[in-house]
Structure formats: structure tokens, C-alpha cells
Ligand binder design. Structure first.
Ligand SMILES: Nc1ncnc2c1ncn2[C@@H]1O[C@H](COP(=O)(O)OP(=O)(O)OP(=O)(O)O)[C@@H](O)[C@H]1O
Ligand SMILES: O=C([O-])CC(=O)C(=O)O
Ligand SMILES: [Ca+2]
Ligand SMILES: [Mn+2]
Length: 665
């Protein structure tokens, strides 16, 4: 009966009578001189009212280090007031309608906080504004903007206002991307004008579906009107590219806290000081994804349109809330801007050994860039988008975007541990009570994803830059199960496979793909390139030659049969293969040449059963193997026909070598 108020030694139970030694303590009140009772167990709070008490909870955040350029004798110091005003003007310019003289009033802050009276108000578009009765209602309303909110603030916004937002057991923000759970490449359009006409890759095989300037403006206005019709929008001002000389300033205007947090994680986060001096962005995204495009508009073939205008440096998103569109839209922009500066942009992961040896991991969606570049024994430079310049490599992004389907703590511990507070978890299924995520559940989609800042990986290399690559690893997830787990490539073979960009597209990342199927995607990312593939290929060949990098082809796909009968190569084996590439031991191995594809395969790799290194050994039916091998070779040949008329680089010799480096049968 312990704890019941009375503890008689003999175990007898009784209620205390108030005077007994062991009974309940008698309530004592201290009589004060004025006769008022005080609960003085703790010092009183420094507030007179509840509102005042709540106002004490938060303190004003401000940059703590001095702002660059304001310290010198001739430095112009602008006041906080002035800076706020400039920022407001910049954002109201972003939100301005291009057809109406007055837009909504733009104010900073959360409309839910009624007590905070806006300090500054700007009219989106202010020139010759004469109030007349013909002014529309939209010019009288307020649009609030929430500027570079922190993850904690965005969590609160998402949970309060966005259905389907939940905190998981480990603290991640689980969210739904809506009807679209993958990118929509058939709805990605690029404005064809005088400059892009000659610069860009158009026509067969190109990802750049054309649209005209006028249609872009129609969609832009539609997106801006939608955003302005809301009570509030989110604005992110961030950077792309860790190379300080080639850093790009981006602004993302979006309607959802989910989108703002996603981009907070995926782009490079400015310091408070950098944000103060941000100025005008180099590129702006208008994400009105909840709102469809208008099918009566010219060029529109569905209710989704992702429109890129390079001259205006703007992108408009209508009809899809899949956040990957923003990430990959900006990647397309980099694929245009960087080659203009002789810098090669790459759809690759990148990591570095303790001794400074850098490896690039190319591959289409789902082939293992994120999984294999996230390596406990190496420093992570980035998982998806890089630049290779005269100075070495640099990550374009500030975060990672990992596939989560069947994620396990054992096989991918670093990614597992990165799924914590601040991480966006898209389209996963979780227990309604414990909020434990079931990573094997595909009920919403196969393409479940986690977006987290790169520093969530313990051995991230920050700043995310490194020296010139030593190994260039081409990842292919071969659903046919005929490509060897690893082969060493000549430069010509590397170029052949880079231009081919083969994989079996894993279900889900692109809309409408339900099971693996053979895909060829030039430069392992045709959906994102803007120039002709041979332009990137020539740059890669030149850089690999100059810096003595070795090319490798790694099959992270099937072994022992095609999809359906064989199995995916075990991740621990692939990791062993990658280890041997990094350590240099695979360079020294004995090799033999395969039939048809002419690939050099090692006879031994430490930690990998030797019999799987030659795919034919793993197939029970050798005839089926040979037939499948020839079938795939035929698909390669057919795909490469488009490129046979192009010269790669200055040297005609390399072009011929590349053509000869494909399958021969
Ligand atoms: N042998 C293997 N090698 C690599 N990945 C494997 C292997 N077997 C299974 N996988 C799984 O395949 C997926 C690879 O996805 P990953 O996120 O690395 O793709 P990605 O190349 O980064 O694609 P994206 O560009 O779409 O982000 C992971 O879910 C991983 O667990
Ligand atoms: O873009 C996405 O949605 C995911 C990704 O990295 C890719 O598909 O290459
Ligand atoms: Ca990835
Ligand atoms: Mn990718």
C-alpha cells in the first residue's frame, strides 16, 4: 500500500488525521502583513499579462557577425529599416502581375499573427497608380510572404495548414506530394526564342519540349495570380553550387510549407549575413503546383506544365506538387549556364577518400548514386548534381534526396539516421499511433523519398568541393541481368556508355512507369540536359583524359536472370566492388574480355563470390542468357544510331573509337 498516504510499520492501513506524524501534511499558509496569501515557491515572471508572458518566449533573431563590406572607412551602412524595405520591394517585384497596374499588397509575416501590424507594405506594381472604381478586388487584398523560415517554423506551418503533414517517430516531417509522386518529363517545356533556338537541343530525343514566349507569359500570369490569391506564400532565397566563383542565387516562391522546407534542405542555405546582402536573384521559380494549367492554352497537353524561360530566368510550375520538379528544374538551368562557362554539369553522386581521391557516380534515377556515394568510410561531397570545372568538383546542392523504398538501418545506416527532425519524408506510410514508418509499404508510391540537408550525413565534406576525380563510375541497373557486376572501361567505352545512358528505369520516379524497363537516357540524365549530349560528352572526355580518370561500369541491377526470374545484386557485394575501385586494387586485378559488349571483367574482387563476376555463370539457362545478351546489344545499337552522325570533341579519332566501343555482334 505504499504511497497511499499512511505508512504504518505494521502494515495496517488508515487515513491520517492531520495531526498524526505519518499522516498527510497539513496545509500551511504563511500570513503576510497585508493579509494576502502568496504562492512564493518560485520568483515571479517578469510579465504583467499573459500576452506579455508569451511575448517573452521568443527573442528577436539577428545576424551575430558583422556584415561584410560595412566595416571599411568608406563602407555604406544601410539601416535595418532600409534593408527590410529593399527586401520587400524585391519580393513584391517577384509577385507582380505583368498585366495589371496594381497587384495585391505584399507584406512580410504570418497573416495568422494579427497582433503584429505590418511595418512595411508594398504594392506589387506601383507605377502610375490612380485609384479608380475599375480597380479589381485583387489589388485591394494583402498577400503575406513568409521569408526563409526555419525548419521549426515550417513544421508548424505544415502541420497547421497542410493536410497529410505529420511528425514521424524520429522527428521527420511526413508529407504527401499529392496526385503526382514523380516527375512529369512529358510536361516540361522550354521557351524557344532567338537565343535558345541555336543553343539548345531540340527535336527527337530532346527533353526540351518547345513553347513560345507568349504561352509562357500566360502560364506565368496564371501562377502569379494563383499565388497572389492566397493569404500567404513562402519565399526561399538560396544558393546553388558550392564553387564560390560560380554560385547562382535562386528564389523559390511557393504555396506550401512542404515545398519551402524541401528547398531549404536541397539548396545551399545562406548565412544570415549572406541573406542580408542577397539582392536580386539570378533565377526565380513560381511554384503554383496545386493549381492546374489551362487546357485551352496553346501547347498544353495535360493539366500539368513545368515551364522554363531562360531569357527571363524564370520557371513556372502548374499542376504538380512533386517537389523534385523544383530540384531538377534548377538542375536544367545549371546544365545551360555552366557549360557556357566551360564547366561540366553532371547528374552524378560524388565522394572522396581520406587521401583526397574523388569518385563520381553517374546513373539514372534509382541506380544507386545516393546509396553508393553515401559511404561510411568516405567523405560525401554530394549525391546527385555536380560541376566539374578547372578547379575540381563542386556540389550544386546543399542536401540529398534519397529513395526510401525498403530502406533498412543495417544496409544504409547513414541515410537511416539522417531521417530525423528537419527531414522531409515524402509519400511514406506510417503507423497512425506510434508514427513508426514502414519503409516497405508502397501504398502511396514506390518512389518514397527523404530530403535532408547534407550535414545530416556525419562524414559530409563541407564545403562540398573536391579535387579532380580519379574514378568515374557509371551505374546501370540492368533489368536484363546480362551486364557484369563490374567492368573496367577504356575512355572510348566510357564515352559510349555515357552517351548511351542505359538503365532499367526503376518504377515510380517518373510518372506512369510501373515496372522496370530498359531505358536509354543520354549523359545519364537526358531529362535535364539542355544542349546536345555530345557537348557534355566531349567535355567529359577532355577532362577524364587531362586528369587521368578511369571509367568503370557497375551493374547494380539483376543477376542470375532478368527481372522476374533473377535477383537484384546484393548491395553489400556492390559496396565491395566500389571499395575495390576506390582502393585501387581493382586496377591491378586480372581481366578477361566478354563477348558482344567487349567489357573487361575482373576474375576476382575481394569479398565478392567470383562466379557472379561473369553473368553467364549465374544463369541456369545459357541459351536464354545468350538470347537476352543479344537482345540488349541490339537495343544499344539501335539507340546509338541517333549519335553516329555527330563528332565528339576536336578529334575525329575519338569519335571513331567511341563508335567502335559499343557491342559487336
Ligand atoms: N546493389 C545495389 N546497389 C545500389 N543500390 C541498390 C542495390 N540493391 C538495391 N539497391 C537500392 O536501390 C536504390 C538506389 O537508389 P538511389 O537513391 O541511390 O538512386 P539514385 O541513383 O540516387 O537516384 P535519383 O537520381 O533518383 O535520386 C536504393 O533504394 C537502394 O537501397
Ligand atoms: O528528380 C527526382 O525526382 C529524383 C531524382 O533525383 C531523379 O529522378 O534523378
Ligand atoms: Ca538520389
Ligand atoms: Mn537524380
Amino acid at each position: 500500500m505504499a504511497g497511499n498516504g499512511s505508512g504504518h510499520a505494521n502494515g495496517e492501513f488508515s487515513f491520517g488525521n492531520g495531526t498524526a506524524r505519518n499522516g498527510l501534511a497539513k496545509i500551511q499558509t504563511h500570513k503576510k502583513q497585508n493579509g494576502i496569501c502568496h504562492d512564493d515557491s518560485a520568483p515571479p515572471v517578469k510579465a504583467q499579462t499573459i500576452d506579455e508572458l508569451h511575448s517573452l518566449q521568443k527573442k528577436k533573431s539577428a545576424p551575430t557577425t558583422p556584415i561584410k563590406g560595412t566595416q571599411g572607412a568608406f563602407a555604406v551602412t544601410i539601416s535595418d529599416e532600409e534593408r527590410q524595405k529593399q527586401q520587400l520591394q524585391s519580393i513584391s517585384a517577384s509577385l507582380a502581375s505583368l498585366t495589371r497596374e496594381t497587384g495585391p499588397k505584399v507584406v512580410k509575416g504570418d497573416p495568422a499573427r494579427k497582433s503584429e501590424t505590418p511595418k512595411h507594405v508594398a504594392h506589387a506594381h506601383e507605377h502610375h497608380f490612380t485609384p479608380t472604381i475599375s480597380v479589381s478586388d485583387s489589388s485591394l487584398k494583402f498577400t503575406h510572404f513568409l521569408y526563409n523560415l526555419s525548419p521549426a517554423e515550417l513544421y508548424e506551418q505544415a502541420i497547421k495548414y497542410e493536410k497529410g503533414s505529420f511528425i514521424t517517430e524520429t522527428g521527420a516531417l511526413a508529407t504527401l506530394s499529392g496526385a503526382k509522386t514523380g516527375r512529369s518529363p512529358r510536361d516540361k517545356r522550354v521557351v524557344r526564342d532567338e537565343t535558345t533556338e541555336d543553343d539548345l537541343w531540340w527535336g527527337k530525343g530532346s527533353p526540351n519540349i518547345e513553347m513560345d514566349e507568349h504561352t509562357f507569359m500566360v502560364n506565368r500570369e496564371r501562377a502569379v495570380d494563383y499565388l497572389n490569391s492566397l493569404d500567404k506564400v513562402y519565399v526561399n532565397d538560396q544558393f546553388l553550387n558550392w564553387d564560390p566563383e560560380n554560385r547562382i542565387k535562386v528564389r523559390i516562391v511557393s504555396a506550401r510549407a512542404y515545398h519551402s522546407l524541401f528547398m531549404h534542405n536541397m539548396c545551399i542555405r545562406p548565412t544570415p549575413e549572406e541573406l542580408e546582402n542577397f539582392g536580386t536573384p539570378d533565377f526565380t521559380i513560381y511554384n503554383a503546383g496545386q493549381f492546374p494549367c489551362n487546357r485551352y492554352t496553346h501547347y498544353m497537353t495535360s493539366s500539368t506544365s513545368i515551364d522554363l524561360n531562360l531569357a527571363r530566368r524564370e520557371m513556372v510550375i502548374l499542376g504538380t506538387q512533386y517537389a523534385g520538379e523544383m530540384k531538377k528544374g534548377l538542375f536544367s538551368v545549371m546544365h545551360y549556364l555552366m557549360p557556357k562557362r566551360q564547366i561540366l554539369s553532371l547528374h552524378s553522386g560524388c565522394n572522396m577518400g581520406k587521401d583526397g581521391d574523388v569518385a563520381l557516380f553517374f546513373g539514372l534515377s534509382g541506380t544507386g548514386k545516393t546509396t553508393l556515394s553515401t559511404d561510411h568510410n568516405r567523405l560525401l561531397i554530394g549525391d546527385d548534381e555536380h560541376c566539374w570545372s578547372e578547379n575540381g568538383v563542386s556540389n550544386i546542392e546543399g542536401g540529398c534526396y534519397a529513395k526510401c523504398i525498403d530502406l533498412s538501418r543495417e544496409k544504409e545506416p547513414d541515410i537511416w539516421n539522417a531521417i530525423k527532425f528537419g527531414t522531409v519524408l515524402e509519400n511514406v506510410v506510417f503507423d497512425e499511433h506510434t508514427r513508426e514508418v514502414d519503409y516497405s509499404d508502397k501504398s502511396v508510391t514506390e518512389n518514397t523519398r527523404a530530403a535532408y540537408p547534407i550535414e545530416y550525413i556525419p562524414n559530409a565534406k563541407i564545403p562540398c568541393v573536391g579535387p579532380h576525380p580519379k574514378n568515374v563510375i557509371l551505374l546501370a541497373c540492368d533489368a536484363f541481368g546480362v551486364l557484369p557486376p563490374v567492368s573496367k572501361l577504356s575512355l572510348a567505352q566510357t564515352m559510349y556508355h555515357f552517351i548511351s545512358g542505359y538503365t532499367a528505369l526503376v518504377a515510380g520516379t517518373e510518372e506512369g512507369v510501373k515496372e522496370p524497363q530498359a531505358t536509354f537516357s543520354a549523359c545519364f540524365g537526358a531529362a535535364f540536359i539542355m544542349l546536345h549530349p555530345t557537348k557534355y560528352a566531349a567535355m567529359l572526355a577532355e577532362k577524364m583524359l587531362k586528369h587521368g580518370a578511369t571509367g568503370w561500369l557497375v551493374n547494380t541491377g539483376w543477376s542470375g536472370g532478368s527481372y522476374g526470374s533473377g535477383n537484384r545484386i546484393k548491395l553489400p557485394y556492390t559496396r565491395k566492388i566500389i571499395d575495390a575501385i576506390h582502393s585501387g586494387s581493382l586496377q591491378e586485378a586480372n581481366y578477361k574480355k566478354t563477348k558482344v559488349f567487349g567489357l573487361e571483367i575482373p576474375t576476382e574482387v575481394e569479398g565478392v563470390p567470383s562466379e557472379i563476376l561473369e553473368p553467364m555463370n549465374t544463369w541456369a539457362d545459357k541459351n536464354a542468357y545468350n538470347a537476352t545478351l543479344l537482345k540488349l546489344a541490339g537495343l544499344f545499337k539501335k539507340n546509338f544510331e541517333t549519335f553516329t552522325n555527330y563528332k565528339i570533341g576536336k578529334d575525329g579519332k575519338l569519335t571513331e573509337e567511341i563508335l567502335a566501343a559499343g557491342p559487336i555482334f
